[in-house]
Design a protein around this ligand. Structure first.
Ligand code: C5P
Length: 218
């Protein structure tokens, strides 16, 4: 396709969401937060008490999600769940159900539909490997688990949610292990993507890196 795509993959709490969103803004591109789709399926699963390994039901949920993205708002069957899907509980559930091939398959076309002119910045775990394998620029954005835990911990405290750094680090390491070891579309640094370690970078530095890398790939 001739529509430019920047695929940004990486582990949880690496800052890839913020970096991808800001890079999209800087370039005037569309933005896909693919994790939000897995979180939406997880939210429905938790609300409807569907077991997180019930592949047929979860695949049906994924295939029939009634969702609209409107700026900051995420409307699920008409109600705004943008905040609700950010809870740790929902992220953990998303991580569990995202191992299911049926769910991943059901979300594939929905993700590809975001690819529209003038371009797309997509963030997730398998943007470069599965969803947009022809992306002109692929970046694996990461940071050490300790630094990611500190950033996530700070975020939770700022939002007024109590959090304990040790628990946050443990959750992050659990999530990394699950995302990296699953059979379908595991999280990993593929050789065709650039490595961007943000452990010692500011968000602005990371955004500037992505925008420069894109301009020199054009
Ligand atoms: O990125 P975020 O933390 O919002 O994603 C929530 C979970 O959804 C991740 O832990 C991961 O298991 C899953 N996910 C995925 N593939 C993607 C995006 C997210 O498996 N492209």
């Amino acid at each position: 396709s001739t529509i430019p795509v920047i695929a940004i993959d990486g582990p949880t709490a690496s800052g890839k969401g913020t970096v991808a969103q800001r890079a999209a803004q800087a370039l005037g591109f569309h933005y896909l937060d693919s994790g939000s789709l897995y979180r939406l399926v997880a939210l429905v699963a938790l609300n409807q008490e569907i077991l997180l390994d019930d592949e047929p039901r979860l695949t049906a949920v994924a295939a029939t999600l009634d969702v609209r993205f409107e700026g900051e708002h995420i409307l699920l069957s008409g109600s705004d769940v943008a905040h609700a899907i950010r809870h740790e509980r929902v992220g953990m559930a998303a991580s569990k159900l995202s191992v299911l091939g049926g769910v991943r398959q059901a979300l594939l076309q929905r993700q590809r539909d975001f690819c529209q002119l003038p371009g797309l910045v997509a963030d997730g775990r398998d943007m470069g490997s599965v969803v947009f394998p022809d992306a002109g620029l692929k970046i694996f954005l990461t940071a050490s688990a300790e630094i990611r835990a500190e950033r996530r911990h700070k975020q939770l405290i700022n939002k007024g949610n109590g959090a304990n750094l040790t628990d946050v680090l443990r959750d992050i390491m659990d999530r990394d292990a699950r995302d990296s070891s699953r059979a379908v579309a595991p999280l990993k640094h593929h050789s065709d993507s650039m490595l961007l370690d943000t452990s010692h970078l500011t968000i602005d530095d990371a955004v500037a890196f992505v925008v420069r890398a894109y301009r020199s790939s054009e």
